[in-house]
Design a binder for this molecule. Structure first.
Ligand code: NAD
Length: 256
């Protein structure tokens, strides 16, 4: 379905981003990989699927890096057809204790980066009259949780940005939508499981169950594979007129 297309997935060396990159690659898209950590491992998994893979180590909190990433992607593959704004970080503290530098970092990486990638990807998408922008928001783009001020503000902002990009391109072949997962057991969430286990003297399994019980009625983690299938739907012709939605995959979290 995506043969000949190029997908840039930010923060794709791990977790959800890697899961989405693999789903897009299985449909034939070449991948621009970005993020830190196990770059070689992620690259090997994608190459094994049989697509071309390029890597750029942009820090998504830095505008100059993002500009370089977008130039690099165009130079490698001509243009970005599918932009997945996925890179994200978390910091948990009540507002009065929240370090201002962490606030700035969460907003820059989780929200502002999506503005920069989109503004730089849109001209080529519009001239091709085809493009998909998928923003990895969160159920925290729809509801709040104590301790997550910067993250909730960034994700609500990302849902808003999604709607505006969708509207500005509504008469074109370029769509923009957001995906809003509940708990997904990635390194980002494992840190929160570890903190809960340490705080309450729980085992890893008990801490995971408690995390789910607090928020997610299904008592199940959403998987990167399930999110990958949703991203593929948004890239398919069936989703040509899906514009500006924030689609949660959250085990009923936001239905409460
Ligand atoms: P993760 O920590 O497993 O992966 C984050 C990725 O982003 C990694 O590849 C990391 O290297 C990269 N990254 C971090 N900072 C970066 C930076 N400054 N520049 C470039 N890359 C950077 O996290 P994840 O759980 O897979 O999260 C991916 C996205 O999904 C995030 O936007 C997150 O907010 C969102 N999300 C996650 C969950 C969850 O439960 N895990 C739920 C809802 C939304």
């Amino acid at each position: 379905m995506l043969q000949g297309k190029t997908a840039l997935v930010t923060g794709s060396t791990s977790g959800i981003g890697l899961g989405l990159a693999k789903a897009l690659a299985r449909q034939g898209a070449n991948i621009v990989l970005n993020g830190f950590g196990d770059i070689d491992g992620a690259r090997a998994e994608l190459l094994a699927i049989g697509v071309q893979v390029a890597y750029h180590g942009a820090d998504m909190g830095r505008m100059a890096d993002i500009e370089d990433l977008m130039k690099y992607s165009a130079a490698q593959f001509g243009r970005v057809d599918i932009l997945v704004n996925n890179a994200g970080i978390q910091h948990v503290d009540d507002v009065q204790d929240f370090p201002p530098a962490r606030w700035d970092a969460v907003i820059a990486i989780n929200l502002t980066s999506a503005f920069h990638t989109a503004r730089l990807a849109l001209p080529a998408m519009r001239s091709a009259n085809w493009g998909r922008i998928i923003n990895l928001a969160s159920v925290h783009g729809l509801v709040g949780s104590a301790g997550k001020s910067a993250y909730v503000a960034a994700k609500h902002g990302l849902v808003g940005l999604t709607k505006v990009i969708a509207l500005e391109n509504a008469t074109t072949g370029v769509t923009c939508n957001a995906i809003c997962p509940g708990w997904v057991l990635t390194p980002l969430v494992q840190q929160q499981v570890d903190a809960k286990a340490a705080q309450h003297g729980l085992s890893n399994e008990q801490a995971k169950q408690q995390l789910l019980r607090e928020k997610e009625p299904s008592m199940q983690f959403t998987t990167p594979e399930e999110l990958g299938e949703l991203a593929l739907f948004l890239c398919s012709p069936a989703a040509n007129n899906v514009r500006g939605v924030a689609w949660n995959m959250d085990g009923g979290w936001a239905a409460q």
